[in-house]
Every structure is written in structure tokens, then in C-alpha cells.
Design a protein around this ligand. Structure first.
Ligand code: CA
Ligand code: CA
Ligand code: CA
Ligand code: CA
Length: 437
């Protein structure tokens, strides 16, 4: 098999040092070109930082503007580091947040772990009847949500209710095509979905949005997302550590909004927790946690997509087996979030992912992760998807086989202000297409 490593890194920040970069013949060609033009290498870093307000400009951008020949080395070292951590979504997301100049240190990692594990000592009601590791997995994710909720509250504490509401109302329209006069505005679309009022007649200038955004405490926003990603990764480890044994008759419960037998369901403050049975299930309603033990399942809900404040801020799906179909027309689905964190982990099977905008590892003011660890998969999404970050982190990681990726635009490794979008595919002959309808 031809090994074809594709990594697309699009960023607005870094702390990585340049790696190998240009080889000797490329470097010599650049120097010959510079000689013909009569300029020195140092002159490439001529003063380009004309914008007087540098509040949002990240260190990496400053460095690359000063030393443009370091760009290739930066991309090489980023690619190497991400590929080394391909199976560790916590490390990947950690690195992404670091690159956006959020101050995180190793003690944060230890503390976050302690905070989540400390809360798991109090098992979530009803989980004591479950196989030990499954109960632990659920308790860990719920504890992760509790920790994440505290940080999320801190992150937005500086915003008034009105300001937060404006950001929630305007965010769905951030990446809509403003030249497309036929498409209705996406402003306030999530308010409508969740039955809340939003004044779409008000004119909100980009400058106003940026004034509000400055009030978000980004370190807390990052820790909120990291708590959820840590809990999801830990749950994945627990669920795959040993086979989960159930009494044969257990998977026969029925739950409204879910087709097929279910092993366990529980309503919590964060939403519905469900453990899907071995058979084929169809999920029509959003859940905060779905652990899917088997079967070729169909997800018509957000599947690890979260919309905070207006609805539930956190969502995790872990699907252990089967060839699954993820199909949603809702914004922020399949490992995506707005003011929160959404994680979708699929461990086996040839899966199909179809989604609308802001999806498949995409986030605004939050953390969105889609991780598929096996199989020939097909990804199809609207705009702003497949590793897209804006005021947040988007990650799509797929580690095996030949896959195909298709999205409208602003995707497949895309970022804007204070964001980091990463698509990481370490194996196979893959197809990428972005653009058009
Ligand atoms: Ca199932
Ligand atoms: Ca499945
Ligand atoms: Ca798969
Ligand atoms: Ca794959």
C-alpha cells in the first residue's frame, strides 16, 4: 500500500519551533532568487504589521511575517508533532489551544485530571447496575461535563447577557456567503430552533462583535473543552480495555426518539445519557452522551454536536462498532460546538458522515472533535467543517484506510481569528474536495 500522509494545518497561532523546512536545493534556489532581486534574506521580514490593533494577532503570525522562510519548517514540525499524537485526541487538542497563545502548562493537565476523577467518586445515579467499566465511562464523562461547565461559566462571566446573546445570534452567520442574496440569513437560526427570540433586524457591526469577543476568558474556554476531551478519551480507554458483558435480555428497553433496543438511559442536567444496544439503532433526538456498543447505527441527531447557553453545552458520542451513518441538517453537528464542546469518536467500521455547516470537527467559541479510528469513511459537509476553528478549536482525525472528504468551503484545515482548524489523516489514499455545491 502506498503510504500517503496528508496533514493540513491552518492556523492563527503557534509556539512550535521551525523544523527541517526547505531542503538545501530549495534554500539555494531562494537565495539565488534573492540575489537576482538584490535583496537580503533579512529584508523579507520588512515591516508588514501595519495594523495598529494587534490584540488578536498571534505570536506565530508575527514570527512568520518577520521570517517568511521559516513557514515551511513550521509546517513540517507541526505535521510531525501532530502525527506523533495521532491517537491521542487530548494531546492534539491541547497542542491546538497552545498554538492559539492560550497559556496552558503541565500542572493544568494534572489538575484537570484530578478535578474530573475527583467527581467520579460520586457515581451517577443508576450506573451502579452496569458493567464496571461502562459505569466508570459514563461517570467520567458526566464528571467531565461538570468540570467543563464551571470553566465555561468563568469563560463568559465578563459578558453581559445581552452581549452573549448577540454572539450566539450572529455566530451562525459568521461564515455564510454574504454575496448570496437568495439564501436567508443564518442570524438567529439557533434561537429559532430552540424556541427563543432574537432580533434579526438589528444591525450588528463586525467591530461590535470583536469588542464583545475580547471579554471572553479564553484560558477557561480552553480548559472547558479540554475537560470534555479528556473525559471522552478516558471513557474510550475504559470501554476498549475489556469486553463489556451484559445479560442477554438487557438491551430491550425502548426510548422515545430512539429506534432499536437500548441498554441504559438516564436524564441528567446535561441532557439524555443513552447506551445503545448491539442491534441497529436510529437516533433522532439529541443526547448529551451516547455510548453505542454495536450495530450499524444511524444518527439523525447532532451526534456529538453542542450548542451552549441556548441548549446543552456538551455532547459526547462513542460508537464502538459497525458501519454507521451520521446524517444531520442541523448546524453544529458531528463533533462540533458553539459555546461548549462536542466530541464524536467512532472506533470501527466504514462510516458515512453527512452534515450541514459548522460540523465534523468545527467550533466557534468552543471545541469540536471528530475522531474516526478505522475503516473506509466518507465525509460530506457544508461550509466551515472538517477541521475548522474560529475563536476556538476544530479537529478531524481519521487514522486508517482510504477516505473521501468533501465540503463546501472554509474547511479541511481552516481557521480564523483566535482559532485553529486541523484535519489529520495519517494513512491511505484519500480524496479531498472543497468548493462548489
Ligand atoms: Ca446499536
Ligand atoms: Ca455503531
Ligand atoms: Ca470509520
Ligand atoms: Ca478512515
Amino acid at each position: 500500500m502506498v503510504r500517503n500522509i496528508v496533514i493540513v494545518v491552518c492556523l492563527a497561532g503557534c509556539g512550535l519551533l521551525p523544523g527541517a523546512g526547505l531542503d538545501s536545493s530549495a534554500t539555494s534556489a531562494v537565495h539565488q532568487g534573492l540575489e537576482i532581486l538584490g535583496i537580503e534574506e533579512q529584508e523579507l521580514g520588512f515591516f508588514k504589521q501595519w495594523a495598529t490593533d494587534s490584540f488578536f494577532r498571534l505570536k506565530a503570525v508575527d514570527r512568520m511575517l518577520d521570517n517568511p522562510l521559516e513557514v515551511a519548517g513550521y509546517v513540517d514540525s507541526s505535521a510531525g508533532l501532530f502525527l506523533e499524537n495521532e491517537h491521542n485526541i487530548l494531546s492534539l487538542v491541547w497542542l491546538q489551544w497552545l498554538e492559539t497563545d492560550v497559556k496552558l502548562n503541565p500542572t493544568d493537565s494534572v489538575r484537570l485530571r484530578k478535578e474530573v476523577l475527583g467527581l467520579t467518586r460520586e457515581p451517577v445515579q443508576g450506573t451502579v447496575m452496569l458493567p464496571v467499566n461502562l459505569a466508570k465511562a459514563i461517570n467520567t464523562i458526566v464528571a467531565g461535563f461538570e468540570v467543563a461547565d464551571r470553566y465555561l461559566e468563568k469563560a463568559v462571566a465578563g459578558l453581559s447577557k445581552k452581549e452573549l446573546n448577540v454572539l450566539l445570534g450572529e455566530a451562525p452567520d459568521f461564515w455564510a456567503d454574504e454575496d448570496d442574496t437568495l439564501s436567508p440569513t443564518l442570524c438567529g437560526v439557533l434561537h429559532r430552533e430552540f424556541g427563543q427570540a432574537y432580533d434579526t433586524a438589528q444591525e450588528v457591526e463586525a467591530e461590535t462583535v470583536l469588542v464583545y469577543v475580547r471579554k471572553i476568558e479564553r484560558r477557561s474556554l480552553a480548559l472547558s473543552g479540554l475537560a470534555v476531551v479528556y473525559a471522552a478519551a478516558e471513557a474510550q480507554r475504559l470501554l476498549t480495555e475489556e469486553p463489556l458483558m451484559f445479560p442477554h435480555e438487557a438491551g430491550t428497553r425502548t426510548v422515545p426518539g430512539i429506534e432499536g433496543g437500548v441498554y441504559f438511559e438516564l436524564e441528567t442536567e446535561f441532557g439524555l445519557v443513552v447506551v445503545g444496544g448491539d442491534g441497529d439503532n436510529t437516533y433522532n433526538h439529541d443526547c448529551c452522551i451516547i455510548i453505542e456498543l454495536g450495530g450499524h447505527d444511524t444518527y439523525r441527531n447532532r451526534a456529538g454536536g453542542a450548542v451552549g447557553v441556548l441548549n446543552k453545552p456538551f455532547s459526547v458520542v462513542i460508537d464502538l462498532k459497525g458501519n454507521d451513518l451520521y446524517s444531520s441538517d442541523r448546524l453544529f453537528s458531528q463533533g462540533a460546538a458553539l459555546f461548549g464542546a462536542g466530541v464524536l469518536i467512532d472506533l470501527e467500521g466504514n462510516d458515512v458522515y453527512r452534515s450541514s455547516h459548522y460540523s465534523q470537527g468545527g467550533a466557534i467559541f468552543g471545541t469540536g472533535v471528530l475522531a474516526d479510528f478505522d475503516g473506509r469513511d466518507m465525509y460530506d459537509a457544508g461550509f466551515y467543517a472538517q477541521g475548522a476553528g474560529h475563536f476556538g478549536i476544530g479537529l478531524l482525525v481519521d487514522s486508517k484506510e482510504n477516505d473521501s472528504y468533501r465540503c463546501l468551503c472554509y474547511g479541511q484545515g481552516f481557521a480564523s481569528t483566535w482559532g485553529y482548524g486541523l484535519i489529520l489523516d495519517g494513512e491511505g489514499n484519500d480524496q479531498y474536495y472543497a468548493g462548489g455545491g
